[in-house]
Design a protein around this ligand. Structure first.
Ligand code: DP6
Length: 372
């Protein structure tokens, strides 16, 4: 009997945002969302779970610090997985009765300011599923109960979270649109903006939007269904220009809803807006869409771009890191990109050095996996 398992799970970034719940308890969304799973080589959560008859109580350690296991979302995920394993007799009742110890950490620095709840809960649920013998197809609705966006991290590549219509949420699940291997040319740059301001968390921010925003109703009914349809086609066709336009429009609309919320949730700052301007300026030059931006509930930008533009865009943004290249992943890996101090876009530079604190260069990646 295997009593211990270690797994890794990826971060995902939505291109059609999840924002608003129809059921807070079950974490059921008011709209479908669609995301890109990022490579675990650059960003991931890693979780080890051990079940042992000698353990007297359940325990969870997150990034080296013991946390409360009785947290509602954690308990719910553990209980639901055990229930499903019991129902399907996928493991022994004995194993299910043992207490567990969970040890989880992220391979990206907390300073990177990235939301880790999606990869964290996906990792927890996937590890439990491995321990108790459940299949991947049986667990995205349980990951959803940890954090909505976590259900999308159960799969690699391009993933849709179907909102579902059932009251019990059984059909509110994630499905893969295309694997990571489908679009190898697509690169991702995460621009971590220097910002110490405390933001309204996603959970409370979206609850406030559902209560107070008029625009959110329009988005859910009139915009999201068409966008999901069009971006799915753009992904299938590897049509970057279409993919980019929908991604940017959806990010902008999501932040418009945040401002339409009362009191407003302000997530983007001046540097975020300068990044938006840069992208549109860059895309306008030579009349070709080369980069797309998207922003979650914070000031950091996630850029999607074809490989051939990575060097030019990195050159521009490396220019505004604290010290030349030092905080870029290329630098950390010991292979700094070759940068001209005066880049071709310096005329548009509204930045000063330090505007960014970190750049992560990554690609589309696979779903969770077991670590030997
Ligand atoms: C802006 O999944 O963190 O990143 O379900 O309350 O845990 P809860 O919220 P969460 O919200 C993510 C919101 C978002 C958009 C997205 O990822 O789709």
């Amino acid at each position: 009997m295997q009593n211990s398992v270690t797994v890794i799970a990826p971060v995902n970034i939505a291109v059609i945002k999840y924002w608003g719940k129809r059921n807070e308890q079950l974490i059921l969304p008011i709209n479908d969302s669609l995301s890109v799973t990022l490579s675990t080589a650059d960003l991931c959560s890693k979780t080890t779970i051990t079940a042992d008859p000698s353990y007297e109580e359940n325990k969870i350690v997150l990034n080296g610090k013991e946390e409360n296991f009785d947290n509602e979302r954690i308990t719910r995920c553990v209980e639901m997985i055990k229930h499903r394993a019991l129902e399907s007799e996928s493991c022994s009742k004995e194993l299910l009765a043992y207490k567990i110890h969970v040890d989880s950490e992220n391979n990206f620095p907390t300073a990177a300011g990235l939301a880790s709840s999606a990869s964290g809960y996906a990792c927890l649920v996937y590890a439990l599923a491995q321990l108790y013998g459940l299949k991947k197809q049986e667990i995205s609705d349980i990951a959803r109960m940890g954090s909505g966006s976590a259900c999308r991290s159960i799969y690699g590549g391009f993933v849709q979270w179907q909102k579902g219509v059932q009251l019990d949420g059984k059909d509110s699940i994630a499905v893969q649109i295309a694997p990571a291997s489908h679009w190898p040319d697509l690169h991702v740059l995460i621009l971590v903006v220097n910002d110490s301001k405390k933001k309204v968390g996603s959970t409370s921010g979206m609850a406030r939007s559902v209560l107070t925003s008029e625009l959110i109703k329009y988005r859910v009914e009139k915009c999201v269904p068409q966008r999901i349809h069009s971006i799915t086609q753009a992904i299938k066709d590897r049509d970057f220009s279409k993919f980019a336009e929908i991604t940017m429009k959806d990010s902008n609309q999501f932040h418009a809803i945040c401002l339409d919320t009362y009191p407003p949730c302000v997530y983007m700052n001046d540097v975020s807006h300068a990044i938006v301007n840069f992208v549109h300026e860059f895309n306008r030059n030579e009349g070709e869409t080369k980069v797309a931006y998207t922003f979650d509930a914070g000031p950091n930008a996630c850029l999607y771009l074809p490989e051939k533009y990575v060097k030019r865009v990195l050159a521009f943004f490396n220019h505004v890191l604290p010290n030349d290249n030092q905080n870029s992943v290329e630098y950390l890996r010991g292979t700094p990109v070759d940068i001209d101090e005066e880049t071709e876009f310096s005329q548009y530079t509204p930045y000063e050095r330090n505007a960014l604190k970190y750049i992560i260069h990554t690609k589309v990646g696979d779903g969770p996996s077991i670590v030997d």
